[in-house]
Design a protein around this ligand. Structure first.
Ligand SMILES: [Zn+2]
Length: 241
């Protein structure tokens, strides 16, 4: 019964994540106007707004203009439910699990915005950091690890930028690094950075070969962070750390 409730909560937060993903990059208010079809602008009825289910019973089409609804909406809702379930499974039903789930939900929002626009939203980035600092573990340790990672990445950024003679990494990456430090500790954050770099290698090479645009890195960082958070102990045992 409680898992059913957690999945429903995850789906509803996923719905809210979609609002952030659609409205933040174009500087729209996240509260007004009410949900509407992005194509015909028709205001949605309450039963058009049920996470996951509406997409299925509408057959992936707007009820008014019949234009297709992006598959990204239900996928974000589903991912959010998976994030909530994993985090609550790992941490138990605690207030820490709520903060941690929200931090990871905002990483999901940052990831999708990065894939769409190659930009990081500062407000989402700082909110994720705040939730991460109040996540499980001691507040002081989390804040210290956040500063440590932000400092280390700033140094790396300065070094890389002077080496490459162009701006390497954005400020957004440094804030995200701080969030990773707060969630995982210094050791875990290093492992997550490594997993992210490994996972991004092939797509980045592919994009470069095909002369495509930059590869968004935030989705890989977020993925690495979730993997290390969930499997931390098993990964450390495996590596003998
Ligand atoms: Zn429509």
């Amino acid at each position: 019964m409680e898992w059913f409730f957690i999945i429903i909560v995850g789906l509803c937060f996923g719905s809210f994540a979609n609002v952030l993903i659609v409205r933040l990059p174009s500087n729209e208010s996240i509260a007004f106007p009410a949900s509407h079809c992005p194509k015909c602008k028709h205001k949605l009825r309450i039963y058009h707004n049920i996470p996951l289910l509406s997409y299925i019973f509408l057959g992936g089409k707007c009820a008014f203009c019949k234009k297709p609804i992006s598959i990204v909406y239900p996928l974000v809702e589903l991912s959010s439910a998976i994030i909530f379930t994993l985090i609550f499974y790992k941490l138990g039903i605690t207030v820490f699990a709520i903060f941690t789930s929200l931090a990871f939900l905002l990483l999901l929002v940052l990831s999708i915005i990065d894939m769409k626009t190659l930009m990081a939203s500062d407000s989402v980035n700082f909110s994720a950091l705040a939730f991460a600092i109040f996540s499980s573990g001691s507040f002081v340790d989390n804040a210290t690890n956040a500063l440590l990672l932000a400092g280390a990445l700033s140094l790396l950024r300065m070094g890389l930028s002077s080496l490459l003679k162009k701006e390497a990494m954005g400020e957004g990456d440094i804030i995200l690094g701080a969030t990773m430090g707060a969630l995982l500790g210094a050791k875990g954050a290093l492992l997550a950075l490594f997993i992210a770099a490994l996972a991004a290698l092939l797509p980045a090479l592919y994009n470069r070969r095909n002369n495509q645009a930059e590869t968004p890195f935030i989705p890989y960082l977020s993925f690495g962070t979730l993997v290390v958070f969930i499997f931390e102990q098993r990964l450390f045992d495996l590596l003998g750390w």
